[in-house]
Write a protein that binds this ligand. Structure first.
Ligand code: NAD
Ligand code: SER
Length: 322
């Protein structure tokens, strides 16, 4: 078996900062090259393996890393998320689509073995069943981010069919974590609520209390990503667009769950432009294809996640880190 040499683009973001460390544990620090447009890598990341600055829009900056490190696998996490994407739609198109095309073309030209690029629940929109989005359904998103994610899935599948390139992707729900703050999405409230609960005992939420979306805790996100990454290709019917579910709850249910552990916690609501984005997404997803094709099974529910989030964030707060 050929040793994986993985280039992660967008490695300093919410998911990349944790996925890089997890992959370095599995494949060795020197075999996982972290890269990002920003040059703000943590000591932890810098001390555990290579870090390079790269702009996914600049094809040559990626090619030089492919050659320098003999890369055979690319994970593309560089993206402009839903809320920031509505402030700057052309930037979202450029990074999410032109950046991805750069990656896929380089993969084809340099005989890269595998490309992994996440999609999102943002592919859904009006016309998708709202209670539980099926794997195969209407994909008519209303955000530029969602449009780029639908196009990204289609382009990924095109490279599978046309060039026999191994492209894989999964539609992450909102990801909740405590290492790196989220980067400008609509589901950011589900992270901010924990930080503000610990720091201030109260939170002002930018979506209404009955807003209910699919969510996933970071340990499950890492597991889903690595399980799909290593899945037997002969078992995959889908490629770039797996629904993956874990939990689904309203903001009110989250707040009540936090109150179990912080009884004085209070929440109020000031919905902004992100409410319309949240309202365009389904409440849950049907992930039976991921369960069947590569054995997907989440571990965390709302209560076990809340306990862990409050424990980790409280420790950080006591140490003055947040
Ligand atoms: P993030 O915004 O936290 O991180 C993205 C990273 O990409 C940042 O570090 C940023 O500096 C980098 N980047 C931006 N432009 C770049 C460029 N031109 N060149 C190189 N790097 C660039 O995002 P994330 O939450 O870690 O998301 C990773 C992937 O997962 C994305 O494809 C995103 O759409 C998808 N996703 C995330 C979530 C979530 O809740 N976090 C949910 C669904 C899908
Ligand atoms: N968390 C992401 C967002 O809200 C979903 O893709 O943009």
């Amino acid at each position: 078996m050929i040793m994986k040499k993985i280039l992660i683009i967008g490695a300093l973001g919410q998911i990349g900062s944790e996925l890089t460390m997890e992959l370095r544990k599995l494949y060795g620090g020197e075999n996982v090259i972290a890269s990002d447009k920003r040059n703000t890598a943590s000591e932890k990341l810098l001390n555990s393996g290579p870090f390079e600055t790269v702009d996914i829009i600049d094809k040559n900056s990626i090619i030089s890393l492919i050659k320098k490190y003999n890369v055979n696998t690319i994970i593309d996490l560089a993206a402009i998320l839903s809320a920031t994407g509505e402030q700057n739609p052309m930037l979202a198109w450029n990074v999410n689509i032109n950046g991805l095309i750069n990656v896929l073309e380089i993969a084809r030209e340099y005989k890269i073995k595998q490309v992994l690029v996440p999609s999102s629940i943002a592919v859904f929109g009006p016309g998708t069943p709202t209670d539980c989005a099926p794997q195969e359904t209407v994909l008519k998103p209303t955000t530029m981010y969602g449009i780029t994610k639908v196009a990204g899935e289609l382009i990924g599948d095109y490279y599978v069919k046309k060039y026999n390139l191994d492209v894989r992707g999964l539609r992450y729900p909102g990801i909740i974590s405590n290492e790196t703050l989220p980067g400008g999405g609509t589901t950011d409230y589900a992270v901010a609520i924990y930080y503000d609960a610990v720091k201030y005992g109260k939170y002002t939420c930018f979506v209404k209390e009955d807003t209910r979306l699919p969510m996933m805790y970071m340990p499950d996100c890492l597991k889903a990503t690595i399980d799909l990454f290593n899945a037997d290709p002969s078992k995959l019917i889908h490629h770039s667009d797996f629904n993956v579910g874990a939990m689904s709850f309203s903001v009110k249910e989250m707040a009540e769950n936090i109150k179990k552990y912080l009884p004085n916690f209070t929440i109020d609501y000031k919905p902004d432009f992100r409410q319309a984005i949240a309202d365009s997404w389904p409440k849950a997803v049907d992930d039976s294809a991921a369960r069947k094709e590569w054995g997907w099974k989440p571990a965390y529910d709302l209560d076990s996640m809340t306990q862990d989030m409050l424990k980790v964030i409280s420790e950080k707060h006591k140490k003055g880190l947040i």
